[in-house]
Design a protein around this ligand. Structure first.
Ligand SMILES: *Cc1c(COP(=O)(O)O)cnc(C)c1O
Length: 379
């Protein structure tokens, strides 16, 4: 039986206006100093992740009388913020992350942007930030990518990573939701996540710290969840691990998320499982797409509670064949080992992770047909 669609999936699959219909929503300002050809070549020849930024950024502001206004594509540069600006003190902010992909014919596309727009609004609601219209979200991406077209890489596997965000800018230290907000989108040309092939990662199972708890903000994309995860992550990095597997805060016994990625478990019988969206797990667009791809292939998928003890035993006995994590930045990452205290278990298979990675990125880069209607043309 096919899964029922989540609210985000339903929003993602609606008919939204095309790129040309939203392109004029943001006014593109003249740029006094575009990056030189030399600088452009330097950046594009050594692509990292999130280090270099493009010529432009998208911007808008919100206040009580005007609502969202001042939609601009303007030269990239520092924002000015009052030192009493609420985001600096109370962390009232949300963000999104998605990529622009250049296809072989030069056209530029993004993946399910209305999913991200809908998720931004779920985050907005939780953080007491005004709703940002989906059409304006689309317009900001189209406007920015058209202005920054040359920054969408040609190199295989490389993309333009786009980071929409909203933060509270009101200068006020009273403890309540702010009344002024800023929207922005910055973009960073990024290399392929895997520079040395599809390498499985080593994971630390974190039993002391949690990134989110019941009734908290784990299911929305806000900076505070990341700030809460850095302590465990930094300590795991110091000990040579690549990522941290977080457990649920209520029982400390169930697997939640892998750093800022959703996690999947492939059983030896072919069933694929992922933790259910329990309220502490971010509903990833990649997670959703993978569930749909697997369903479409006739693979049995289950969204359910996954107990760490059972998982651990399953890896030892061979009932668990494979584990992988997913998110926009990396697409799919295979997990090679889990370490809990002094104990370590290894996973040697990455067949499903590999197949899913290939299929997803083939759709994103336009190498195979977009049979789910996931791609949205930007330029
Ligand atoms: C963004 C994010 C993900 C992945 O979501 P995608 O939409 O697939 O990029 C997973 N977990 C957390 C905590 C996140 O912030």
């Amino acid at each position: 039986m096919p899964r029922s669609q989540t609210a985000l999936e339903l929003c993602a699959s609606k008919q939204w206006p095309s790129n040309n219909d939203v392109a004029q929503r943001f006014e593109t300002l003249p740029h006094p100093g575009l990056a030189s050809d030399k600088r452009y070549q330097e950046v594009m020849c050594s692509l990292g992740f999130g280090v270099e930024f493009t010529d432009y950024m998208a911007r808008a502001s919100w206040n009580e009388s005007a609502g969202w206004h001042d939609f601009k594509i303007e030269p990239y540069g520092p924002l000015s913020l009052d030192p009493a600006g609420a985001v600096l003190h109370y962390g009232q902010e949300v963000f999104e992350g998605l990529k622009a992909y250049r296809h072989a014919d030069g056209s530029i596309w993004t993946f399910r942007p209305a999913y991200n727009a809908a998720r931004l609004n779920v985050s907005n609601e939780r953080l007491m930030i005004p709703q940002f219209p989906v059409e304006d979200f689309l317009g900001s991406l189209v406007g920015l990518v058209r202005a920054d077209r040359r920054w969408v890489p040609q190199a295989a596997g490389a993309t333009l990573y786009m980071r929409p965000f909203i933060f509270a800018s009101e200068a006020f230290l009273g403890v309540r939701a702010a009344k002024r907000f800023e929207y922005g989108v910055v973009a960073s040309p990024s290399g392929p996540y895997f520079t040395h092939g599809f390498k499985p990662i080593n994971v630390w199972v974190e039993r002391t710290h949690h990134r989110a708890g019941p009734g908290g903000m784990g299911d929305v994309k806000t900076g505070g969840n990341y700030a809460a995860s850095f302590y465990a992550k930094s300590h795991a990095f110091e000990r040579g691990f690549d990522e941290v597997l977080f457990l649920d805060a209520a029982t400390n016994s169930r697997i939640d998320e892998l750093g800022a990625m959703n996690v999947f478990v492939v059983m030896a019988d072919g069933t694929v499982r992922t933790p259910a969206l329990s309220g502490t797990i971010l509903p990833g667009s990649t997670r959703s797409a993978i569930l749909q791809l697997l369903d479409d292939e006739g693979v049995t998928t289950r969204e359910e509670t996954i107990e760490l003890d059972e998982l651990w035993m399953g890896i030892k006995t061979g009932d668990v064949a494979e584990m992988f994590a997913c998110g926009t930045a990396a697409a799919v990452v295979s997990i090679g080992s889990l370490t809990m205290g002094e104990e370590r278990v290894e996973l040697s298979d990455s067949t499903v992770a590999h197949r899913i990675y290939q299929e997803l990125t083939d759709i994103q880069f336009g190498r195979i047909s977009d049979r789910f209607g996931w791609m949205y043309r930007l330029a």
